[in-house]
Design a protein around this ligand. Structure first.
Ligand SMILES: Nc1ncnc2c1ncn2[C@@H]1O[C@H](COP(=O)(O)OP(=O)(O)O)[C@@H](O)[C@H]1O
Ligand SMILES: O=C(O)C1=C[C@@H](OP(=O)(O)O)[C@@H](O)[C@H](O)C1
Ligand SMILES: [Mg+2]
Length: 164
């Protein structure tokens, strides 16, 4: 069974995913890293040179590949929920955890300079949250509150995952 982390950009999927995999003795993969490895290009370069729609095509194909992983904590990119085909397959491969971080907390915590959709634009983050929140909830098997410290969130994650 895999554990698939979804949520807003800057919500902590990569950070929490890596640490959760260590704690649980599982493998870890970050889908943004897979995209950069497979294309040999950085995510900002893909957005700039080829556009968002092309990026989503690549992201969906990486989601489909990741659905065949086993015993892996998979951190998705924030927009992976936008393509139903890839996301549904991922969901079948394990438990989907929505990392629920308040928008204001995201804005306080994260440096958005390397994230093409955001670029320090608080309004853009709020609009993205409004557009996507129903999809994050739709795909989630577990909603994990990440308003506090990473240590607290990891403790809660281990408890909740023990019960599913
Ligand atoms: N409770 C927390 N959970 C996750 N990340 C946190 C937390 N508190 C602070 N951070 C910081 O917030 C940022 C989250 O970024 P990242 O893990 O890349 O998010 P994502 O992969 O969802 O875009 C990191 O700089 C991390 O150190
Ligand atoms: O939310 C999004 O649309 C995106 C989130 C990013 O990943 P993180 O959620 O890990 O920041 C990355 O995939 C790309 O910049 C687009
Ligand atoms: Mg990430």
């Amino acid at each position: 069974m895999n554990i698939i982390l979804i949520g807003m950009p800057g919500s902590g999927k990569t950070t929490i995913g890596k640490r959760l995999a260590d704690i649980l003795g599982m493998d870890f993969r970050d889908l943004d890293c897979m995209i950069e490895e497979e294309t040999g290009r950085s995510i900002p370069d893909i957005f700039r040179e080829s556009g968002e729609s092309h990026f989503r095509d690549i992201e969906e194909s990486v989601c489909r590949k990741a659905a065949s992983f086993e015993n892996t904590v998979i951190s998705t990119g924030g927009g992976a929920i936008l393509r139903q085909g890839g996301m549904s397959l991922l969901k079948e491969s394990g438990k989907v955890v929505f990392l629920d971080t308040p928008v204001d907390t995201i804005l306080e915590r994260t440096d958005f300079s390397g994230r093409p959709l955001l670029k320090d634009d608080a309004g853009r983050i709020r609009r993205l949250h409004e557009e996507r929140i129903s999809l994050y909830r739709l795909y989630a098997d577990i909603v994990l509150d990440n308003a506090g410290s990473a240590d607290e969130t990891l403790k809660n994650a281990v408890n909740v995952l023990d019960r599913v």
